[in-house]
Design a protein around this ligand. Structure first.
Ligand code: PHE
Length: 491
């Protein structure tokens, strides 16, 4: 009865599309290509694959299983395990708020770029005002009302879908969006690798680059791969616990937990194939201002240039609109999972008390709170601060912490530091310790085998993962993130 009120996926396919949709997002299309590029190319890919195999899949299995076993969102799940663990659930819940607030601002950017290229298609200059990619982006991020407007549109889309419920909203949208996204991505990959000079990008991606590995250091590459892995798989903050709680007892958890990371990794690799060969091609063709080294600027500055100057004309505008629409969809299927983490807790509480879930109202309230939480992110010009012409200052100035600049350089990094830097790795570490040492891994086996006719295949492997590999890896991620954010210089 309670489960009926909370909602359920109607099919395993629908669940998979929603879960893969959560995993595939800006982290794949934006983060993965530039991190791969900056961390030794092919070697990064191999290390990343190892991380997914030994840490990612087990953590995914742990989250999905706890969710299905206890049938609750992240806070309810930890509370049911033991009252004294409730706070771990709160870490995840709060991470959802923080991540979604900046994710939505960035999602709004992708919408702005999609509309921009679409308008350019009809009339030159209508979309980006004839500005150069760097100048346009610089102006856009300082224009707070504009950023807030697109943040509002992105959040409204997210709220609308989550209001529709598990099967009628999230599943329905993901079941259409994810296959569409996949087809679109393949089209962009084909366009990208058939450009003249794309081999420059392919080489950059696939040539094992031991020199830069030496320069960067193995520890740092390991840490970057691990951090990227767990953000990209939506782990550590209860997203997969929440999605698992809507899964029927019929479905095979072990299989699903393996498939989601495989799909996510395949799409991350495809995204890199969509982006890096195109960048390489225009480096080869000598287009000014295009390089692999753009870091986070890759998505909005370099790629804008790739489409507007590199490809140019109607073709460039068409592929520009096509590509940013794809990124927008990928971001929406992730943002709905973040909002669901936040709403599920309040819905669970009402259902526990025997009340109507009131999903629509709760979703609207949560969405509004998160929308406001995103304001500072949209207002500080991504770190420009008042001195750089933005409306508000960066946290370092406001909190008087200029000496620890790195994490406080802009509101986005500040939120990200709390969530991705501390709460998420801590959450994943504690979860695996609780499963491996406190509840014992048999709890996972028992729940997997609740499904009729299903036997767990790799129990011993998961046991080692939960007890040793995941906690140690997460400890290093935690250390590495803190090192990064505060510039401690450990790695
Ligand atoms: N996995 C998403 C991405 O790659 C981000 C995300 C993180 C979504 C955590 C939900 C929870 O962009």
């Amino acid at each position: 009865m309670e489960q009926e009120k909370r909602g359920q996926w109607t099919s395993n396919f629908g669940f998979l599309m929603a879960a893969i949709g959560s995993a595939v997002g800006l982290g794949n299309i934006w983060g993965f290509p530039y991190k791969m590029g900056a961390n030794g190319g092919f070697i990064f890919l191999i290390i990343y694959l190892a991380m997914v195999s030994f840490v990612g899949i087990a953590t995914m299995l742990g989250e999905l299983t706890l969710g299905r076993k206890y049938g609750m969102g992240v806070i309810g799940t930890y509370r049911k395990i033991s009252e004294k663990y409730t706070w771990i659930g709160w870490l995840g819940w709060f991470s959802g708020f923080l991540i979604l607030s900046f994710y939505s601002v960035l999602g709004g950017f992708t919408l702005r770029y999609f509309i921009g290229f679409l308008l350019e298609l009809f009339s030159s200059g209508a979309g980006f005002g004839g500005a150069d990619s760097g100048a346009f982006f610089g102006g856009f991020i300082l224009n707070a009302p504009m950023s807030i407007l697109f943040h509002a549109l992105f959040m409204a889309t997210t709220v609308y879908i989550v209001m529709g419920g598990i099967s009628g909203g999230i599943e329905k949208f993901s079941a259409i969006a994810m296959p569409t996204l996949f087809v679109m991505l393949v089209i962009v990959v084909i366009r990208s690798i058939t450009l003249e000079g794309s081999f420059v990008g392919l080489e950059f991606m696939f040539k094992p680059d031991f020199e830069s590995l030496k320069e960067i250091g193995l520890m740092r590459v390991l840490k970057t791969a691990a951090g990227q892995m767990f953000f990209s798989l939506s782990l550590g903050m209860g997203c997969m616990i929440t999605y698992g709680s809507y899964l029927s007892k019929k479905e095979n958890l072990e299989w699903n937990a393996t498939l989601i990371p495989i799909a996510d990794t395949a799409i991350a690799t495809l995204s890199a194939l969509a982006v890096l060969p195109a960048v390489g091609a225009f480096i080869y063709q000598g287009v000014e201002g295009v390089s692999f080294g753009a870091g986070p600027g890759l998505l909005f500055v370099t790629l804008h240039r790739v489409f507007s100057v590199g490809m140019g004309g109607a073709m460039g505008n068409f592929f520009g609109a096509f590509f940013y629409f794809l990124v927008f969809i990928a971001a929406v299927t992730s943002s709905i999972s973040l909002l669901e983490v936040c709403t599920a807790y309040l819905i669970d509480r009402r259902v526990e008390k025997g009340l109507e879930p009131n999903r629509k109202k709760i979703t609207l309230i949560m969405g509004t709170v998160i929308f406001f939480l995103g304001f500072p992110v949209a207002m500080d010009g991504l770190g420009a601060g008042k001195a750089g012409g933005a409306l508000i200052d960066i946290p370092a100035t406001i909190f008087g912490m200029q000496e620890v600049r790195v994490a406080f350089d802009c509101w986005l990094d500040f939120y990200d530091m709390i969530a991705e830097g501390v709460f998420m790795p801590l959450g994943a570490m504690l979860m695996s310790i609780i499963i491996g040492w406190k509840l014992k891994t048999t709890i996972i086996k028992d729940e997997v085998e609740e499904s009729p006719g299903i036997k767990m295949k790799a129990y011993n492997f998961w046991d080692i993962c939960f007890k040793y590999i995941v906690p140690v890896a997460m400890f290093f991620v935690l250390l590495g993130q803190l090192d990064d954010f505060f510039g401690l210089g450990i790695f």
